[in-house]
Design a protein around this ligand. Structure first.
Ligand SMILES: Cc1cc2nc3c(=O)[nH]c(=O)nc-3n(C[C@H](O)[C@H](O)[C@H](O)COP(=O)(O)OP(=O)(O)OC[C@H]3O[C@@H](n4cnc5c(N)ncnc54)[C@H](O)[C@@H]3O)c2cc1C
Length: 458
């Protein structure tokens, strides 16, 4: 007999409790990555903090493996589990912008599109990711890399406070003033320490940005990669531009002759003036023989959602990642070799710049360790067809194997699959032991372990 029955939980629960026999179960158990096929025993879709407290108590007292789900975008599928409890926050979508304080309070079920929409009305934004459908919660707790990273830092560098429900069901606030150890840990340490119910972020004046891609033929990839590496190291912090190998999709914005062509490119986003964008980007945009080039003004939320129609939920998705402090000639050669072999239209490799403001925070100031890295690499095999699962996975692993020897040794935790404890330690480096001590204090029994797990110190 369970210590607490689902019926007992239901009597005080305001959200939905979804079990395998329920009609809603099949859609409720799905996460973004179509490769993940897990069947939880119970999905507790919380309506409010009281529901989260009840769900944590239910999971803990019944000794249930418990996953926390924000936006459901985790590549490894760590927003769900087999036979356990999923604490699903997707109904908790409240947002309150405080324009005078230049801050926004965001409930943990929001996706970034919700936040962009709410803050854009005030001409402001906080650093987020490159796609609007990603969950605020998972992205923030791992670090948060996006178009605003070079200028305003990682998402966690703009986090002011979190409200959380701990493993013992206690509700706490963490900030630099209160529970400062916990606040240090959640800035990069993922979902290891409790269920965050809301986040408070600092806002910046970001409204219309200057955005667009430049694409080059693959035979110019080494030249472009070399030039981009040197350019982005020194560029003003208003300039962002991530490097990619990609297949040009058959979208009306691209000339038909380019559809389905494999290219390399840089996707630009400038938060400065049009003149600054024009002047700073000119040397790169006129390099070699671009096959497509367009940079123009666009509202920030539009930029954030441009890739959404391509990367829809339910695709097969396998990725691997690493951090880099440099790109040597050998590394560039390996990139060109493997990047030229993209196995499907949606497969891609991105190198995100993580310098500028993100590097002004010390490697021990937050749990996120790789502050000296210049580039966060992610190699992504994507396809709608499950029959291509092996192909995209093999390409991704081969590519990663070829580049890993040139890397700084660890990855951005949000771009990892389930790769084992050594990779988790390699990612947190000398922050790991401090994280393990904080884990012991707040979650001594490792109740929250469906994540890139930090084990409680012995
Ligand atoms: C298409 C796509 C684009 C992406 N783009 C970017 C990007 O531009 N920049 C970037 O930095 N990352 C990006 N990511 C990676 C993303 O940050 C991670 O996949 C992240 O885990 C997604 O968060 P989520 O809330 O959607 O995930 P979920 O699957 O819901 O949760 C992932 C994990 O986060 C933890 N978690 C979630 N909610 C909570 C909570 N409320 N309290 C405590 N722990 C919680 C749990 O440990 C959970 O296992 C992208 C991912 C995808 C699939």
């Amino acid at each position: 007999m369970p210590a607490l029955s689902v019926e007992q939980l239901r009597s005080s629960f305001r959200g939905e409790l979804i079990q395998p026999a329920d009609a809603a179960y099949e859609s409720a158990r799905k996460v973004y990555n179509g490769m993940i096929d897990k069947r939880p025993h119970l999905i507790a879709r919380c309506a409010d903090v009281a529901d989260v407290i009840a769900a944590v108590e239910f999971g803990r007292e019944n000794n249930l493996l418990t996953a926390i789900r924000g936006g459901g975008h985790n590549g490894a599928g760590l927003g769900t589990c087999d036979d356990g409890l999923v604490i699903d926050l997707s109904r908790m979508r409240g947002i309150r912008v405080n324009p005078a304080a230049r801050a926004v309070r965001v409930e943990a079920g929001c996706v970034w599109g919700d936040v962009d929409h709410a803050t854009h009305a005030f001409g402001m934004a906080t650093p987020c990711g490159f796609i609007s459908t990603t969950g605020v919660a998972g992205l923030t707790l791992g670090g948060g890399i996006g178009y605003l990273t070079r200028r305003f830092g990682l998402t966690i560098d703009n986090l002011l406070a979190v409200d959380m429900v701990l493993a013992d069901s206690r509700f706490v606030t963490a900030s630099t003033e209160e529970n400062a150890d916990l606040f240090w840990a959640v800035r990069g340490g993922g979902g290891n320490f409790g269920v965050v119910t809301s986040f408070e972020f600092r806002l910046h004046s970001v409204n219309t940005v200057h955005f667009g891609p430049t694409f080059w033929p693959l035979d110019e990839a080494a030249t472009v990669l070399r030039a981009w590496r040197d350019f982005i190291r020194e560029a003003p912090e208003e300039i962002n531009g991530f490097f990619a190998f990609l297949v040009i999709p058959p979208a009306p914005m691209f000339p038909e002759a380019l559809h389905m062509k494999k290219v390399c490119g840089v996707v630009w986003c400038c938060t400065g003036s049009a003149e600054q964008a024009e002047e700073c980007l000119r040397p790169m945009r006129t390099l070699g023989h671009p096959v497509f080039d367009h940079v123009g003004p666009a509202p920030f939320p539009v930029v954030q959602s441009l890739f959404d129609p391509l990367f829809v939920p339910g695709l097969q998705w396998y990725w691997r990642a690493d951090n880099f402090t440099d790109l040597s000639e050998e590394a560039i050669a390996r990139h060109v070799e493997h990047g030229s072999r993209l196995p499907t239209m949606l497969s891609t490799m991105h190198l995100y710049p993580v310098n500028g403001a993100a590097q002004r925070v010390g490697r021990n100031d937050t749990a996120y360790s790789f502050r000296e890295a210049l580039f966060a690499e992610v190699i992504v095999g994507v396809d709608p067809d499950p029959a291509n699962r092996e192909t995209i996975t093999a390409w991704c692993k081969d590519y990663w194997d070829a580049l890993h020897p040139y890397s700084a040794g660890g990855a951005y935790v949000n771009f990892m699959m389930e790769e084992g404890q050594d990779r988790v330690r390699a990612t947190y480096r000398d922050n790991y032991d401090r994280l393990a001590a904080i884990k012991k204090k707040y979650d001594p029994n490792n109740y929250f372990r469906v994540n890139q797990n930090i084990r409680p110190a012995e």
